[in-house]
Design a protein around this ligand. Sequence first.
Ligand SMILES: *Cc1c(COP(=O)(O)O)cnc(C)c1O
Length: 382
Amino acid sequence: MMQFRDLQAQYGRLQPDIDAAVSAVLAGGRYIGGILVQELESQLADYVGVKHCITCGNGTDALQLALMAWGVGRGDAVFVPDFTFFSSGEVVPAVGATPVFVDVNGRTFNLDASKLEKAVLAVEQEGRLRPRVVVAVDLFGLPADYSAIRDVCDRHDLLLLEDGAQGFGGSIDGRMACSFGDISTTSFFPAKPLGCYGDGGAVFTDSDEWAALIRSYAVHGKGTMKYDNVRIGMNSRLDTVQAAILQVKLSAFIDYELDAVNKVAAAYNDLLRSAGLPEEGVALPEVPAGFRSSWAQYTIQLPDSCNRDSLQEELTGQGIPTMVYYPKPMSAQGAFQRCCVPCSGEQAALLCRSVLSLPCGPDIDAAAQQLVANALSCKLVG
Ligand SMILES: *Cc1c(COP(=O)(O)O)cnc(C)c1O
């Protein structure tokens, strides 16, 4: 069976450096915080192009910390794409606010700015909730449409939170993902574009004030020192050993992995096009001009006529793992039924029925990609 995302092959490549970095932390006796975490934070901030990076426990905490720093809570509306991973919306009721789910663009998978504006106007007109924040997600590695989304935020005095958990490394006209929000976040979950060997996350912002608040909230609401607690916070830190691993992985990511995964995506495009899949109604992932994806996933859309379950089963039988990200719109999740503003994301619902993510990553080889393309064309081209 080929790997859906081959993290073992990546470790094989980086093993001497990672093992040395981990051993140094273990021998050094400093396991939380320290110089390695500080160094990593400044490397990440430099790469992304923002003033502050605050690492934390995971990408979900990173989102929640942003909302806490802004004092978002009861009575506030937070606009979230209807097609994303659960965390993007989960953090909203977690701070007492109300998620309002907004439909996405059926070709880019990302927030639809015109539908966002309509949703904001509807909340303003109803007058029950105060519109406060837009969460824009860089789904599957592709940055959201930030020029259009920022316009809506400016017109309605909304804060922009970029959920870059899948977007790290992407860019628009050379400007890096995780720099588009008033606060932006990412995740270092192992399978993300930049992953560690456990949980990890980071928050990015140019604001000194918000950065200081986030550092406090992430460590029990600390004041001048750890045992002076001035607000109710949480315990959300990146382990020193993960910071050491991330330093090695970040340089490989910058040096060649991001290019490698973009070559893999381009090769899929060529193989699937020459296999005739677009003519059979299969949509290949679209990257708008000026945008660069970090390819957290390579996701195609199957035609209505295709039985996705049986296709997946046959591919599995041939040793090809595939995934459905995501099978259910956010607005249809049971957990949100009592707290969100009802909505129906037409494109989101369609995507949930049609998407299929293929094995991808910097370590997949040409032969494996050929195998995937052959298997798909065998099933879909009639
Ligand atoms: C993975 C992910 C998160 C959460 O990250 P964790 O580190 O797993 O908490 C948030 N948003 C999106 C879009 C994600 O894909």
